[in-house]
Write a protein that binds this ligand. Structure first.
Ligand code: PGA
Length: 252
C-alpha cells in the first residue's frame, strides 16, 4: 500500500522566536517542493515559537511538542488545545521519550491527549520506543505493545487519518547510534500488526509510521526505502534549514 511520506523536525528546546521566524521564512520553498512530491512537511517548535513559525509559513505543518488534555482550569504551567488552536497550530507531538523520561508522562496520559487531538480532527504524532536497558533485555516488542495499546486502545477510529506513529528507540535519540534498517523495519512492521490487531488491517495499512533517532541527510533515504517506514521524526538534523532541505531532498 502506498502511503504519503512524512518529515517532521522536532526542535525540542532550541531556537529563539527570531530564529524560528527566519527558518520558517526560508522553508516556504521547501513546502512547495514537499507538496509536489506528496510529502507532509512539518516542524515542532517550542510553545513560544509556534505562532511566528505558522505566521511566516502557513503551509508548513506546525505541531506543538505537548498539549494538556483539559481545556482550561487550575493546571499551572500547562497549555491547552484551545490556546494552541487560537494561533493555528495543526496538532501535537505526544509521548516523546524526553517527556516520558524527564516529565513522567505515561501512556495513559498520552491516551487522553491523543483522544483530544483526534476528536477535534487535529494531528496527533504519537511517539513510542524502548530504552537501552529494555532493548538489551530483549523487551522491545513488549514495551511497544504496551505503549500502543495504552495510548490508543478504545479510541474512536473515525478521525484516525490524522494519527501518525513514530518509533523512536530511546537509545538512538541524539546519540548518533541510529537503529539498523532491520530493526527499524521489524519494529515498524510490528507496530502495524499491533494496530491491525487493535483496530483493522485496512486502518493499519493506511497509518503513517515514522522512524526517529539520529536520522541524518545521509541515512534518511535508507529508512524511507523500508516497506513499513513512511517518514522520519528528526531532532538535531532538522535545526538548520540547509540540513532540513537535504533531508527532504533525500526522500523525494
Ligand atoms: P535526534 O532526535 O534526531 O536528534 O536523534 C530525534 C527525536 O528526538 O525526535
Amino acid at each position: 500500500m502506498k502511503r504519503n511520506k512524512v518529515l517532521v523536525g522536532n526542535w525540542k528546546m532550541h531556537k529563539l522566536a527570531v530564529d524560528a521566524k527566519h527558518f520558517s521564512q526560508d522553508s516556504r520553498e521547501l513546502v512547495a517542493l514537499a507538496k509536489k512530491h506528496q510529502v507532509l512537511l512539518g516542524v515542532a517548535p517550542t510553545y513560544l515559537s509556534l505562532q511566528v513559525t505558522k505566521e511566516n509559513n502557513p503551509e508548513l505543518l506546525v505541531l506543538s511538542q505537548n498539549v494538556y488534555f483539559e481545556d482550561k482550569g487550575a493546571f499551572t504551567g500547562e497549555i491547552s488545545w484551545p490556546m494552541l488552536e487560537e494561533i493555528h497550530v495543526d496538532g501535537a507531538l505526544i509521548g516523546h521519550s524526553e517527556r516520558r523520561t524527564y516529565f513522567n508522562e505515561t501512556s495513559l496520559a498520552c491516551h487522553k491527549k491523543i483522544a483530544k487531538m483526534l476528536s477535534l480532527d487535529r494531528y496527533a504524532l504519537y511517539c513510542v520506543g524502548e530504552t537501552l536497558s529494555e532493548f538489551q533485555a530483549g523487551l522491545t516488542k513488549e514495551v511497544i505493545r504496551k505503549q500502543i495499546s495504552e495510548g490508543l486502545q478504545g479510541l474512536s477510529t473515525n478521525n484516525f487519518h490524522k494519527l501518525i506513529i513514530a518509533y523512536e528507540p530511546v537509545w538512538s535519540i541524539g546519540t548518533g547510534i541510529n537503529a539498523s534498517a532491520e530493526i527499524a523495519q521489524d519494529i515498524c512492521k510490528f507496530i502495524r500488526e499491533e494496530l491491525a490487531n487493535l483496530f483493522s488491517k485496512d486502518l493499519s495499512d493506511r497509518l503513517p509510521i515514522l522512524y526517529g533517532g539520529s536520522v541524518k541527510p545521509n541515512n534518511i533515504a535508507e529508512y524511507l526505502s523500508l516497506s513499513d517506514v513512511d517518514g522520519a521524526l528528526v531532532g538535531g538534523a532538522s535545526l538548520e534549514i540547509h540540513s532540513f532541505k537535504e533531508l527532504l531532498q533525500a526522500i523525494i
